[in-house]
Design a binder for this molecule. Sequence first.
Ligand code: 8IG
Length: 278
Amino acid sequence: MWSDRSPQARMEEANTTAREAAQLLLDRIRAQRIEAAFVMGSGWKEAADAIGPVSEQVEMTALPGFIAPSAAGHAGRIHAVRRGDRTVLVFHGRVHLYEGYGPLAVAHGVRTAIAAGARTVVLTNACGSLTEDLPVGAPALIRDHINFTARTPLIGARFIDLTEVYSERLRRACRVFDRSIGEGVYGGWFGPAFETPAEIRMMKSLGVDLVGMSTVLEAIAAREGGAEVLGLSLVTNRAAGLAGKKLSGDEVLEVAAAAIPRLRPLLGAVTELLLEQA
Ligand code: 8IG
């Protein structure tokens, strides 16, 4: 899948497959539609219980177009959370460009959620920080992004406006809930290798505050689909060359685990907000 056809056919196939996946998913979770979708990146998964009790679970690979995520901590499962007569989806795991499947596979979860009715997509991730203002262990709002991947989930003449990818309204609401939460520009990096110190200096000079390997393509696809986007980053390390030591996977996991108590109330508040407006 996602290969050898004409560009238009591949875009159509992506949208058709998302609609098919959405229908099957809605059948499985016995819902008419969903209100919102959360994509849980590394570090965030253990805080997902704050969104609400899980009523149904679906394996991603049971749905057309989904690929079992291979990155550590990505379960490849979709949870349905029922709150009153409303349903939100929680994606445990996502596909990254560095896994090699391409931008359509990366955006498929978001497209499926929107085809299932989601009007809001909450994209979470773990990332590196380029500024002392966004400290390790703290969540931060994504204000804007720079797409360094040279990829896009859009094929053809789709001139989508990206003036406000990350909803000002939702960011403001998060700041009201947590007055100390920081905000920054996220640089989306292809990976899988982290940046060199020179690449981080380049990004810094271009106005990047946070850097990671996800989120940007999903955000673009969500905007194309007309959904509002909230981007939440958990800073787990200082970017390469800024901390005077090498980046350590174990340290990232430790920082993420320690941050769970800070992420839970934020996710709870965001869920309330999304259900209120629904
Ligand atoms: I966690 O420093 C995490 N993910 N590109 N750079 C990039 N991705 C990351 C980083 C980082 N930390």
